[in-house]
Design a binder for this molecule. Structure first.
Ligand SMILES: NC(=O)c1ccc[n+]([C@@H]2O[C@H](COP(=O)([O-])OP(=O)(O)OC[C@H]3O[C@@H](n4cnc5c(N)ncnc54)[C@H](OP(=O)(O)O)[C@@H]3O)[C@@H](O)[C@H]2O)c1
Length: 290
């Protein structure tokens, strides 16, 4: 079995690449910039997915049996600022990858909770209601995946966090730890509810989906429904840092460039039932992150 993983150098991509490679599965990661220092460099190829001629050649050459499409313009603020690029990267690239993937292959798309609106946590039956342009692009990409003939799976994670792998950017929890370690006070929103997802849990769920050829839509999320402020306090307490430096703010006192759900988050019951998904609790996950 040959697996193509897009966005293999990103925060989530690294965990996915590492897990599949550690199981001896033939996996090739692609991204625009592959670092010479990357420990998994032998599994990665430089490819700009927006260059369709190159993607075409790549598919003819590699002929993947499974495509895990994880690459994206993943920052909602950037998508709002550069909508044309966001549409190209998130929608047109997905459309082209769907087109290039053989009908006999399995296409897996990493989507987002941002395709849904407020009144979460949501199950897989919730209606689309993206609140910002990033969510609009992820919804449009999902629709192309749903139209595909052949085995297809959509995975929606939420507010991904995890250990900082060598050469990778950190997630929210590393930012909190760095600020508190430097004695900086921080403002963190306390009126937006999420179900943060531990990155290694997503990699494990993808492994199950590939191994068992599971199709459909899955919310791959943690079970803790918390605000970023509460999460920051958990980090401070675990690392015995000064939680007094963390100031709870709400959307009105801390306006963000794009709209986000107040009561977001995803329900993971379907994944627990059908994929034997075991979400790691935040407190346990923190012991694996620092
Ligand atoms: N982070 C979250 O909290 C979160 C929550 C829900 C869903 N998601 C979804 O989960 C997925 C992974 O998110 P992430 O935060 O791990 O992303 P990330 O850290 O921003 O990484 C994005 C990856 O995509 C690659 N990429 C982007 N454009 C590309 C292109 N044109 N050609 C080739 N590679 C390209 C990047 O590498 P180069 O820049 O070198 O090309 C990088 O490897 C995304 O689909 C995102 O929408 C994320």
């Amino acid at each position: 079995m040959k697996i193509l993983l897009t966005g293999s150098t990103g925060f989530l991509g690294r965990f996915v690449l590492e897990l599949f490679a550690s199981k001896g599965i033939e996996i090739q990661g692609v991204a625009r910039n592959i670092s010479f220092q990357d420990s998994n460099k032998q599994f990665q190829t430089q490819l700009d997915l927006a260059n369709f001629d190159k993607v075409d050649h790549y598919f003819r050459d590699f002929q993947p049996d499974v495509v895990i499409h994880n690459a994206a313009m993943s920052k909602p603020d950037f998508c709002a600022q550069f909508p044309r690029e966001a549409w190209q990267q998130n929608v047109e690239v997905t459309r082209y990858l769907v087109e290039k993937t053989s009908p006999s292959a399995h296409f897996i798309y990493i989507s987002s909770d941002f395709v849904l609106g407020d009144q979460g946590p949501h199950n897989e039956q919730a209606d689309y209601n993206p609140l910002n342009y990033y969510g609009v692009t992820k919804q449009a990409a999902e629709l192309y995946v749903n139209e595909r003939v052949g085995l297809s799976t959509i995975v929606r994670p939420v507010f991904i966090y995890g250990p900082q792998l060598p050469g990778s950017r950190g997630s929210f929890i590393q930012w909190v730890a760095t600020q508190l370690n430097s004695g900086n006070s921080i403002k963190v929103v306390n009126d937006q509810w999420r179900t943060p997802t531990f990155a290694p849990d997503i990699a494990q769920a993808l492994f199950e989906i590939v191994a068992k050829k599971v199709s459909g839509l899955f919310h791959i999320a943690g079970s803790d429904l918390i605000t970023p402020y509460q999460m920051a306090v958990e980090v401070a307490n675990y690392l015995q840092l000064n939680a007094g430096l963390i100031h709870a703010v709400d959307e009105l006192t801390f306006p963000e460039p794009v709209k986000r759900a107040k009561r977001g988050g995803l329900k993971n019951d379907k994944a627990i039932e059908e994929l034997n998904f075991v979400p790691t609790a935040l407190r346990d996950a923190l012991t694996l992150c620092f």
